[in-house]
Write a protein that binds this ligand. Structure first.
Ligand code: IMP
Ligand code: MG
Length: 179
């Protein structure tokens, strides 16, 4: 597995320190707001587990699972495999996501959750690749762990063909590992 990693982009320690910083900010932001923290599976799983432990105020945990299919027109049709299981109307919602890439997924999830009439919706993404954003996507993340260049990265929840999610750091995959 690790022989296919060209370079470690973010070490375990860098990730841990950044999550602690975000935790201090989010704890203040959500104190006494009893937020619903919604994770977008599966890529978010490690970030989610570490992030919620740094949000030191009462919150509830929910998950969504979505699939995306790249159409020929590259609109990227998205299907909800699993929706949140509780009523979020009037609640403060914090979306956690692994990576904000083209923006297809987060735009869809954001709109979908807004329709449930929450009191607020904010987005916290571990990684942001702004250079990949699709034209027309105006949505922005409220909290970003790391802004990264246009590399295909794996580890810490992020996969290539469902592998590498269990690496404890974020690495750049060797191009030959794609082919
Ligand atoms: P979107 O293009 O913003 O909709 O990103 C959709 C999904 O693509 C993310 O939630 C990730 O699961 C996946 N993705 C995007 N960039 C990468 C990457 O560099 N490595 C692994 N998965 C990625
Ligand atoms: Mg993925």
């Amino acid at each position: 597995m690790e022989q296919n990693i060209q370079e470690v982009l973010l070490t375990e320690e860098q990730i841990k320190n950044r999550i602690a910083e975000l935790g201090r900010i989010l704890t203040e932001e959500y104190r006494d707001k009893n937020p619903v923290v919604i994770g977008v599976l599966k890529g978010v799983v490690l970030f989610y587990a570490d992030m919620v432990r740094e949000i030191k105020t009462s919150c509830q945990m929910e998950f969504m699972r979505i699939s995306s299919y790249e159409g020929t027109d590259s609109t990227g049709k998205i299907i909800i495999r699993q929706d949140v299981s509780s009523d979020i109307q009037g609640r403060h919602v914090l979306i956690l996501e692994d990576i904000f890439d083209t923006g297809n997924t987060l735009s869809f999830v954001y709109q979908h959750l807004l329709e449930k009439k929450p009191a607020s919706v904010k987005i916290c993404t571990l990684l942001d690749k702004p250079s990949r954003r699709k034209p027309g996507v105006t949505l922005q993340a409220d909290y970003v762990g790391f802004t990264i260049p246009n590399y295909f990265v794996v580890g810490y929840g992020l996969d290539y063909n469902e592998y590498y999610r269990n690496l404890p750091y974020i690495g750049i995959l060797k191009p030959e590992a794609y082919t």
